[in-house]
Design a protein around this ligand. Sequence first.
Ligand code: AP5
Ligand code: MG
Length: 228
Amino acid sequence: MKNVIFIAPPAAGKGTISDYLVKNFNYVHLSTGDMLRSEVASGSLLGKEIDALISKGSLVSDELIIKLVESKLKNELFGKLFILDGFPRTLPQAEKLDEMLISMGVTNNVVIYLDVTLEEATKRAVGRIVCPKCSRSYNVYYKEASPLIEGICDDCGVALEKRSDDTEETFKKRYQTYLDSTSPIINYYKQKGILESINVMRTQNEVAKDILSVINDENVSVKRRKSD
Ligand code: AP5
Ligand code: MG
């Protein structure tokens, strides 16, 4: 199986698919959003600076995020099958990631673009509730994304919360930030020939099937030969 790098608009479903891959396969999940929210929750000075940026839908600096990811990749993720969720998000981050992966000799990667409309992503963000302990996402608008007991995490048994950046107003800004800073890297990976696109405007089970077909080495090569 391949290491997975997700490129997607906010609230497309990166975290949800990552949970599925972690629970069913041998993946280790690195979510930069979760890392930054932990720093915010710690109450540190850095956390306060990060919180100010996240709350207004802006990105934290490339320097900071690259430093955090580089340390995780080289220490905790090295030699493991991994998912990068939320990184890279800018062209400098994508270029730096290439450099890191090459220096680590990691070549078995697929970049997956999750295709979702603004309207659907907005509904997913506004209806999202998350577990403060394990970060699992649920949704009040979709039966298949509902917890078994209303307002409680199925896995941890703790009360679910809303994310501070999931208001409709902040979501508009997050989406604009995605268009301005992140969407250019779609072409960057297309040109490298390692981008797979998946329509996520379907049920989680349907999305999972498509994900499996692109992370499995054999299926990817069969798919490529067919489309040649
Ligand atoms: P981050 O946490 O990465 O936020 P995001 O990219 O906006 O993505 P989300 O976590 O909101 O959505 P998701 O795609 O994980 O969707 P989910 O699976 O939860 O980043 C937060 C902030 O940190 C950024 O705005 C930025 O400030 C900063 N940051 C992070 N990385 C950075 C970087 N590299 N550089 C600079 N700054 C950085 O699903 C969403 C909802 O939909 C859930 O309710 C879920 O249950 C539901 N759902 C999922 N799939 C389906 C389905 N198929 N059908 C119906 N509902 C579904
Ligand atoms: Mg997420």
